[in-house]
Write a protein that binds this ligand. Structure first.
Ligand code: NAP
Ligand code: F7E
Length: 325
């Protein structure tokens, strides 16, 4: 039997952190997660996605805003792999508070890379890049060579994280890669993101607990996949011989309106009766369309998505109908 691998996950309380922990535990990893103090103090609300895993993983308290706290944990754990998923991840919020988004997302990434370089140079590093880096798209299907054109502080922070990751790989020979992941969703998605906002509202409307669903730009189009498929790609990237960056998506694109239409019809409702427009939900600079070309991941990682758009929407709505009963 080989040595048991140790993985350290930032953002373990988030959607992806929870699915990735499950995957790594199944692969017999020892899993450590960095959680901020506030989350530990509010266990019921903040640790709900990993509640079922708490006796199998080890939680460490640290902050992405403190280099010293990151160094301490990397020295203690000496992980074989770090998955850096922790971030202010809500694009709309990044317009309200650019400063903390840039601070957490850029410095947090830099602190981890720098700590790896100085204290654990053999640790492999995964950075959670995003299709928001493509923003105002320069090509109809985006791949690893498409020029970035971010449209928010969030997108800019992810471009900076991508460049830091590349530079640490080239300058210090660290096994560091970026997954440029397109939108991925699940019943564990945060309620502020449009897919979960829709599925939870459909469920509440179905149960008579809500009358209308207010949305912004329903013509925006996204490439939506399932989070469980996407965490597999993260792991695969760190198992390669060479550190490379990969685009991960489904190659299919649907509008917010398509999502809403299917979500309401899954519950036997007509979306036209319930959707209302709220201009406050429009963003100062919108990303209109995103669509992945994931050929490189398919070829080198042998990765492909397994959950289709229709299945994803149905799973989210049916789970929320149970949840809000
Ligand atoms: P998520 O559910 O919003 O989770 C974000 C995680 O980051 C949470 O664990 C959160 O901890 C943590 N976090 C936020 N601010 C922090 C701070 N200041 N210090 C420490 N931790 C902090 O996000 P996700 O959907 O799982 O996404 C994971 C990563 O992938 C993020 O970096 C996101 O930007 C990126 N990404 C996501 C998608 C997507 O479609 N889901 C696509 C591309 C890239 P608390 O629980 O304490 O708030
Ligand atoms: O918006 C439109 C909105 O907030 C999707 C994050 O995981 O994926 C996510 O970012 C679209 C946008 O996700 C509402 O304007 C309309 O065009 O669900 P979202 P996002 O901004 O695409 C990327 C890849 C990440 O990296 C991020 O971390 O939907 N939209 N009406 C709305 N969006 C929201 N949230 N709420 C609405 O009412």
């Amino acid at each position: 039997m080989g040595k048991i691998k140790k993985a350290l996950i930032t953002g373990i309380t988030g959607q992806d952190g929870s699915y990735l922990s499950e995957l790594l535990l199944k692969k017999n990893y020892k899993v450590y997660g960095i959680v901020r103090r506030v989350a530990l103090e509010d266990e019921t609300h903040r640790l709900w996605r990993i509640k079922h895993l708490l006796n199998k993983i080890e939680i460490k308290s640290a902050s992405l805003e403190s280099y010293a706290s990151i160094v301490k944990i990397i020295q203690q754990v000496r992980p074989d792999e770090i998955y850096h998923l922790g971030a202010q991840s809500f694009v709309a919020y990044s317009f309200e508070d650019e400063f903390s988004t840039l601070n957490t997302n850029i410095n947090g990434t830099h602190y981890i890379l720098s700590a790896i370089k100085d204290f654990s140079p053999k640790t492999k590093f995964y950075f959670a890049g995003s299709s928001e880096m493509f923003g105002k798209v320069q090509k109809s299907r985006q791949d690893e060579n498409t020029r970035f054109y971010p449209r928010s502080a969030y997108g800019i922070s992810k471009v900076a994280g991508f460049e830091l990751t590349r530079n640490y790989r080239e300058a210090y020979n660290i096994f560091a890669c970026t997954g440029i992941l397109f939108n991925h969703e699940s019943p564990r998605r945060g309620f502020e993101f449009v897919t979960r906002k829709i599925s939870s509202s459909v469920a509440k409307i179905k149960h008579g607990k809500q009358n209308y669903l207010y949305l912004g730009n329903i013509n925006a189009k996204r490439d939506w996949g399932h989070a469980r498929d996407y965490v597999k790609a993260m792991w695969l990237m760190l198992q390669q011989k060479k550190p490379l960056d990969f685009v991960i998506g489904t190659g299919k694109m649907h509008s917010v309106k398509d999502f809403a239409k299917l979500a309401f019809s899954t519950a036997g409702l007509n979306y036209k009766k319930y959707i209302r427009f709220n201009k406050k939900l429009l963003r100062p600079a919108e990303v209109e369309t995103l669509r992945a070309n994931y050929n490189k991941a398919n070829k080198l990682l042998k990765w492909k998505p397994t959950v289709k758009f229709n299945q994803l929407v149905k799973e989210m709505v049916l789970e929320d109908i149970k949840f809000f009963k």
